[in-house]
Design a protein around this ligand. Structure first.
Ligand code: SF4
Ligand code: SF4
Length: 78
């Protein structure tokens, strides 16, 4: 694989996620989905497909649950 490294990394707190899907809808490159797994509240939680995050932070601002999402930006060498 010689593809460029992703500029961002998104992490979910599955115990805070309520499975509303707003982050999935909001993500411009569509790299999120709702998982098949249920958390202890019985919600299908959001998860990252594993590649393609730009670090834009839109999912973070779309999420109504404090602490549901963390977005990390990566420094990418030019
Ligand atoms: S930071 Fe942006 S690109 Fe990355 S998962 Fe969130 S909305 Fe999608
Ligand atoms: S917006 Fe927040 S609560 Fe809703 S599915 Fe995404 S992470 Fe879960």
């Amino acid at each position: 694989m010689t593809s460029k490294p992703d500029r961002g990394l998104v992490e979910f707190n599955s115990e805070e996620c309520k499975g509303c899907g707003l982050c999935v809808e909001a993500c411009p490159p569509k790299v999120l989905r709702l998982s098949e797994q249920l958390n202890h509240y019985g919600y299908h939680t959001a998860e990252y497909l594993g590649a393609g995050c730009t670090g834009c932070g839109i999912c973070f601002f779309a999420c109504p649950e404090p602490g549901g999402i963390a977005v990390l930006r990566r420094e990418v060498a030019a």
